[in-house]
Design a protein around this ligand. Structure first.
Ligand SMILES: [Zn+2]
Length: 307
Protein backbone atom coordinates (compact mmCIF):
# COMPACT_ATOMS: atom_id res chain seq x y z
CA UNK A 1 0.00 0.00 0.00
CA UNK A 2 1.31 3.42 -0.83
CA UNK A 3 -1.53 5.69 0.13
CA UNK A 4 -4.58 5.80 2.34
CA UNK A 5 -7.52 7.96 1.48
CA UNK A 6 -9.55 9.33 4.36
CA UNK A 7 -12.91 10.99 4.04
CA UNK A 8 -12.61 14.73 4.59
CA UNK A 9 -14.78 17.77 4.45
CA UNK A 10 -15.12 18.83 1.73
CA UNK A 11 -12.34 16.87 0.04
CA UNK A 12 -10.71 13.52 0.76
CA UNK A 13 -7.28 13.55 2.39
CA UNK A 14 -4.44 11.34 1.18
CA UNK A 15 -1.64 10.24 3.45
CA UNK A 16 1.20 7.71 3.37
CA UNK A 17 1.25 4.74 5.79
CA UNK A 18 3.67 4.88 8.70
CA UNK A 19 4.36 1.15 8.38
CA UNK A 20 3.06 -1.74 6.32
CA UNK A 21 3.35 -5.49 6.48
CA UNK A 22 1.44 -8.24 4.66
CA UNK A 23 -1.22 -8.25 7.37
CA UNK A 24 -1.04 -4.83 8.95
CA UNK A 25 -1.00 -1.22 7.98
CA UNK A 26 -0.30 1.58 10.41
CA UNK A 27 -1.41 5.06 9.47
CA UNK A 28 -1.77 8.28 11.37
CA UNK A 29 -5.21 9.85 11.08
CA UNK A 30 -4.67 13.24 9.44
CA UNK A 31 -6.20 16.41 10.81
CA UNK A 32 -9.47 17.14 9.02
CA UNK A 33 -10.45 13.49 8.53
CA UNK A 34 -14.11 12.77 9.17
CA UNK A 35 -16.06 9.61 9.95
CA UNK A 36 -16.14 7.23 6.99
CA UNK A 37 -14.53 4.23 5.36
CA UNK A 38 -10.89 4.25 4.29
CA UNK A 39 -9.69 3.48 0.79
CA UNK A 40 -6.28 1.91 0.33
CA UNK A 41 -4.39 2.59 -2.88
CA UNK A 42 -1.34 0.93 -4.41
CA UNK A 43 1.01 2.33 -7.05
CA UNK A 44 -0.34 -0.30 -9.45
CA UNK A 45 -3.80 1.17 -9.17
CA UNK A 46 -5.32 -1.54 -6.97
CA UNK A 47 -7.88 -0.30 -4.52
CA UNK A 48 -9.46 -1.77 -1.43
CA UNK A 49 -11.88 -0.35 1.05
CA UNK A 50 -12.14 -1.11 4.74
CA UNK A 51 -15.35 -2.81 5.79
CA UNK A 52 -15.69 -0.77 8.94
CA UNK A 53 -15.73 2.94 8.91
CA UNK A 54 -13.35 5.00 10.93
CA UNK A 55 -15.22 6.97 13.53
CA UNK A 56 -13.66 10.34 14.21
CA UNK A 57 -14.81 11.54 17.60
CA UNK A 58 -14.66 15.04 18.95
CA UNK A 59 -12.87 15.77 22.18
CA UNK A 60 -15.95 15.26 24.35
CA UNK A 61 -16.32 11.69 23.07
CA UNK A 62 -12.72 10.62 23.55
CA UNK A 63 -12.33 7.68 25.90
CA UNK A 64 -11.30 8.63 29.35
CA UNK A 65 -10.26 5.22 30.68
CA UNK A 66 -9.81 1.52 30.22
CA UNK A 67 -12.67 -0.60 28.91
CA UNK A 68 -12.53 -4.33 28.22
CA UNK A 69 -13.83 -4.75 24.70
CA UNK A 70 -14.12 -8.50 24.27
CA UNK A 71 -12.54 -11.61 25.70
CA UNK A 72 -12.47 -15.38 25.33
CA UNK A 73 -11.01 -17.89 27.76
CA UNK A 74 -10.28 -21.44 26.52
CA UNK A 75 -10.64 -24.20 27.47
CA UNK A 76 -13.58 -23.95 29.87
CA UNK A 77 -12.37 -27.08 31.62
CA UNK A 78 -8.66 -27.65 31.90
CA UNK A 79 -6.37 -30.24 33.44
CA UNK A 80 -3.02 -29.29 34.86
CA UNK A 81 -0.19 -30.05 32.39
CA UNK A 82 -2.55 -30.73 29.48
CA UNK A 83 -1.08 -30.11 26.01
CA UNK A 84 -3.33 -27.15 25.07
CA UNK A 85 -2.54 -24.02 27.08
CA UNK A 86 -5.12 -22.15 29.12
CA UNK A 87 -5.38 -18.95 27.14
CA UNK A 88 -7.28 -15.70 27.58
CA UNK A 89 -7.67 -13.54 24.48
CA UNK A 90 -8.86 -10.00 24.93
CA UNK A 91 -9.05 -6.50 23.50
CA UNK A 92 -9.54 -3.25 25.26
CA UNK A 93 -10.27 0.40 24.56
CA UNK A 94 -8.22 3.12 26.17
CA UNK A 95 -6.91 6.58 25.27
CA UNK A 96 -3.44 5.17 24.55
CA UNK A 97 -0.81 2.64 25.53
CA UNK A 98 -1.85 1.25 28.89
CA UNK A 99 -0.26 -0.70 31.69
CA UNK A 100 -2.64 -3.69 31.75
CA UNK A 101 -3.06 -6.12 34.60
CA UNK A 102 -4.43 -9.65 34.09
CA UNK A 103 -5.30 -11.56 37.25
CA UNK A 104 -6.25 -15.17 37.87
CA UNK A 105 -8.56 -15.25 40.88
CA UNK A 106 -10.23 -18.07 42.76
CA UNK A 107 -13.98 -17.79 42.16
CA UNK A 108 -14.53 -18.47 45.86
CA UNK A 109 -13.06 -15.53 47.69
CA UNK A 110 -10.86 -12.92 46.14
CA UNK A 111 -7.41 -14.42 46.46
CA UNK A 112 -5.21 -13.56 43.47
CA UNK A 113 -3.47 -16.72 42.31
CA UNK A 114 -1.42 -15.16 39.51
CA UNK A 115 -1.03 -11.63 38.17
CA UNK A 116 0.58 -10.37 34.97
CA UNK A 117 1.36 -6.76 34.07
CA UNK A 118 2.19 -5.55 30.60
CA UNK A 119 2.27 -2.32 28.66
CA UNK A 120 -0.16 -2.80 25.77
CA UNK A 121 -1.83 -0.92 22.95
CA UNK A 122 -5.60 -0.48 22.89
CA UNK A 123 -7.78 -1.92 20.09
CA UNK A 124 -5.24 -4.69 19.31
CA UNK A 125 -5.59 -8.39 20.11
CA UNK A 126 -3.80 -9.58 23.22
CA UNK A 127 -3.47 -12.93 24.91
CA UNK A 128 -2.33 -14.31 28.22
CA UNK A 129 -1.65 -17.95 29.00
CA UNK A 130 -1.65 -19.55 32.44
CA UNK A 131 0.19 -22.74 33.32
CA UNK A 132 -2.19 -23.53 36.21
CA UNK A 133 0.52 -22.81 38.76
CA UNK A 134 0.30 -20.44 41.67
CA UNK A 135 2.90 -17.75 42.19
CA UNK A 136 4.99 -20.03 44.41
CA UNK A 137 5.06 -22.78 41.77
CA UNK A 138 2.48 -25.10 43.31
CA UNK A 139 -0.35 -26.48 41.21
CA UNK A 140 -3.44 -24.36 41.79
CA UNK A 141 -6.26 -26.13 43.63
CA UNK A 142 -9.11 -27.80 41.80
CA UNK A 143 -12.03 -25.48 41.22
CA UNK A 144 -13.45 -22.49 39.43
CA UNK A 145 -11.24 -19.56 38.44
CA UNK A 146 -11.92 -16.14 37.00
CA UNK A 147 -9.61 -14.06 34.84
CA UNK A 148 -9.86 -10.32 35.46
CA UNK A 149 -8.45 -7.61 33.20
CA UNK A 150 -8.03 -3.92 33.91
CA UNK A 151 -5.62 -1.03 33.93
CA UNK A 152 -3.00 -1.52 36.63
CA UNK A 153 -4.04 0.17 39.84
CA UNK A 154 -7.67 0.47 38.79
CA UNK A 155 -10.69 -1.81 39.09
CA UNK A 156 -10.89 -4.74 36.70
CA UNK A 157 -13.59 -6.66 34.82
CA UNK A 158 -14.20 -10.42 34.63
CA UNK A 159 -12.89 -11.60 31.27
CA UNK A 160 -13.63 -15.32 31.58
CA UNK A 161 -14.23 -18.29 33.83
CA UNK A 162 -12.79 -21.79 33.76
CA UNK A 163 -12.58 -24.94 35.84
CA UNK A 164 -9.22 -26.41 36.66
CA UNK A 165 -8.46 -29.97 37.75
CA UNK A 166 -5.16 -31.48 38.80
CA UNK A 167 -5.92 -34.94 37.42
CA UNK A 168 -7.95 -36.59 34.66
CA UNK A 169 -9.62 -39.98 34.95
CA UNK A 170 -7.41 -42.28 32.83
CA UNK A 171 -9.94 -44.81 31.44
CA UNK A 172 -11.74 -43.07 28.59
CA UNK A 173 -14.83 -45.22 28.16
CA UNK A 174 -17.55 -47.03 30.13
CA UNK A 175 -16.02 -48.70 33.16
CA UNK A 176 -16.64 -50.22 36.59
CA UNK A 177 -14.59 -50.78 39.72
CA UNK A 178 -15.33 -54.46 40.32
CA UNK A 179 -15.82 -55.87 43.80
CA UNK A 180 -13.85 -56.49 46.95
CA UNK A 181 -11.15 -58.53 45.16
CA UNK A 182 -10.35 -55.63 42.88
CA UNK A 183 -9.72 -53.30 45.80
CA UNK A 184 -6.43 -52.25 47.26
CA UNK A 185 -5.11 -54.73 49.85
CA UNK A 186 -7.24 -57.68 48.68
CA UNK A 187 -5.42 -61.02 49.15
CA UNK A 188 -3.49 -62.47 46.24
CA UNK A 189 -1.70 -65.80 45.65
CA UNK A 190 1.56 -66.46 47.48
CA UNK A 191 0.58 -64.20 50.41
CA UNK A 192 0.76 -61.05 48.24
CA UNK A 193 -1.65 -58.16 48.59
CA UNK A 194 -3.29 -56.26 45.75
CA UNK A 195 -1.23 -53.08 45.44
CA UNK A 196 -3.64 -51.08 43.33
CA UNK A 197 -7.22 -50.70 42.14
CA UNK A 198 -8.66 -52.44 39.08
CA UNK A 199 -10.94 -50.60 36.68
CA UNK A 200 -12.83 -52.78 34.22
CA UNK A 201 -13.47 -51.50 30.72
CA UNK A 202 -13.78 -52.87 27.21
CA UNK A 203 -10.55 -54.28 25.76
CA UNK A 204 -8.81 -51.53 23.81
CA UNK A 205 -10.44 -48.64 25.68
CA UNK A 206 -8.20 -45.60 25.42
CA UNK A 207 -5.92 -45.01 28.39
CA UNK A 208 -4.73 -41.48 29.10
CA UNK A 209 -2.21 -40.09 31.54
CA UNK A 210 -4.06 -38.97 34.70
CA UNK A 211 -1.29 -36.43 35.05
CA UNK A 212 1.65 -35.69 32.84
CA UNK A 213 5.25 -36.16 33.79
CA UNK A 214 8.30 -38.14 32.81
CA UNK A 215 8.10 -41.83 31.96
CA UNK A 216 10.14 -43.65 34.56
CA UNK A 217 9.65 -47.19 33.27
CA UNK A 218 8.08 -48.98 30.34
CA UNK A 219 8.37 -52.73 30.45
CA UNK A 220 6.74 -56.11 29.99
CA UNK A 221 6.27 -58.41 32.97
CA UNK A 222 4.78 -61.72 31.76
CA UNK A 223 3.98 -62.93 35.29
CA UNK A 224 2.12 -60.07 36.96
CA UNK A 225 1.72 -56.73 35.21
CA UNK A 226 2.01 -57.49 31.52
CA UNK A 227 2.75 -54.34 29.53
CA UNK A 228 3.03 -51.49 32.01
CA UNK A 229 4.19 -47.92 32.21
CA UNK A 230 5.22 -45.81 35.22
CA UNK A 231 4.97 -42.01 35.13
CA UNK A 232 6.85 -39.75 37.51
CA UNK A 233 4.12 -37.11 37.70
CA UNK A 234 4.71 -33.36 37.55
CA UNK A 235 4.77 -31.24 40.69
CA UNK A 236 4.51 -34.22 43.02
CA UNK A 237 6.80 -36.88 44.44
CA UNK A 238 4.24 -39.53 43.47
CA UNK A 239 4.43 -41.98 40.57
CA UNK A 240 1.49 -43.56 38.72
CA UNK A 241 1.62 -47.10 37.37
CA UNK A 242 -0.68 -48.40 34.61
CA UNK A 243 -0.62 -52.09 33.74
CA UNK A 244 -2.10 -55.01 31.72
CA UNK A 245 -1.99 -52.94 28.51
CA UNK A 246 -2.33 -55.02 25.32
CA UNK A 247 0.94 -53.66 23.94
CA UNK A 248 3.85 -51.44 24.78
CA UNK A 249 3.05 -47.77 25.54
CA UNK A 250 3.98 -45.33 22.76
CA UNK A 251 5.91 -43.43 25.44
CA UNK A 252 9.30 -44.79 26.44
CA UNK A 253 11.52 -44.26 29.41
CA UNK A 254 12.53 -40.62 29.78
CA UNK A 255 9.75 -39.34 27.50
CA UNK A 256 7.71 -36.35 28.56
CA UNK A 257 3.97 -37.13 28.75
CA UNK A 258 1.21 -34.56 29.18
CA UNK A 259 -2.04 -34.97 31.07
CA UNK A 260 -4.66 -36.60 28.86
CA UNK A 261 -2.26 -37.93 26.25
CA UNK A 262 -2.83 -41.50 25.12
CA UNK A 263 -0.39 -43.77 26.92
CA UNK A 264 -1.93 -47.08 25.85
CA UNK A 265 -5.13 -49.08 26.12
CA UNK A 266 -7.01 -51.28 28.57
CA UNK A 267 -5.96 -54.91 28.13
CA UNK A 268 -5.32 -58.23 29.84
CA UNK A 269 -1.62 -59.02 29.64
CA UNK A 270 0.30 -60.50 32.57
CA UNK A 271 -1.80 -62.20 35.23
CA UNK A 272 -4.93 -60.53 33.80
CA UNK A 273 -4.92 -62.97 30.86
CA UNK A 274 -7.67 -65.07 32.49
CA UNK A 275 -9.81 -62.07 33.61
CA UNK A 276 -11.84 -59.46 31.72
CA UNK A 277 -9.79 -56.54 30.38
CA UNK A 278 -8.97 -53.98 33.04
CA UNK A 279 -6.57 -51.29 34.11
CA UNK A 280 -4.58 -52.10 37.22
CA UNK A 281 -3.57 -48.71 38.62
CA UNK A 282 -1.14 -47.93 41.43
CA UNK A 283 -0.14 -44.72 43.20
CA UNK A 284 3.27 -44.56 44.88
CA UNK A 285 3.45 -41.34 46.94
CA UNK A 286 7.25 -41.47 47.32
CA UNK A 287 7.96 -42.89 43.90
CA UNK A 288 7.57 -46.31 42.33
CA UNK A 289 9.01 -49.13 44.46
CA UNK A 290 10.02 -46.58 47.08
CA UNK A 291 8.09 -46.94 50.32
CA UNK A 292 4.61 -48.36 49.74
CA UNK A 293 1.73 -47.71 47.40
CA UNK A 294 -1.52 -46.21 48.72
CA UNK A 295 -5.14 -47.06 47.97
CA UNK A 296 -5.84 -45.26 44.67
CA UNK A 297 -9.60 -45.80 44.69
CA UNK A 298 -10.64 -42.53 46.41
CA UNK A 299 -8.51 -40.54 43.96
CA UNK A 300 -9.81 -42.48 40.94
CA UNK A 301 -13.43 -41.90 42.00
CA UNK A 302 -12.79 -38.17 42.49
CA UNK A 303 -11.19 -37.82 39.06
CA UNK A 304 -13.99 -39.93 37.58
CA UNK A 305 -16.49 -37.40 38.93
CA UNK A 306 -15.25 -34.50 36.82
CA UNK A 307 -13.43 -36.02 33.86
ZN1 LIG B 1 -5.06 -55.44 39.85
Amino acid sequence: MSEVRFEGDPDPIFTAPVRTSPKRLVVRVPAGAITGRLRLLTPGGAKAMTRQSLRVADASQVLSGFRLRGSKLRPRKAFFDQPAPIRLRYRFDAPGRTRVRVQVVRAKGTRVIRAYRKSQLPFARHSQTWNALERDGDVANDGLYRFRVGAAGESSAVAGKMKLYGFKFPVRGPHSYGGHLQEFGAPRSGGRRHQGQDVYAGCGTRLEAARGGRVQARAYDPVLYGHFVVIDIRKSSADHMYSHMPSSSPFGRGDRVRTGQRIGAVGKTGNARTTPCHLHFEIWPKGWRNGSPIDPEPALRRWDGWS
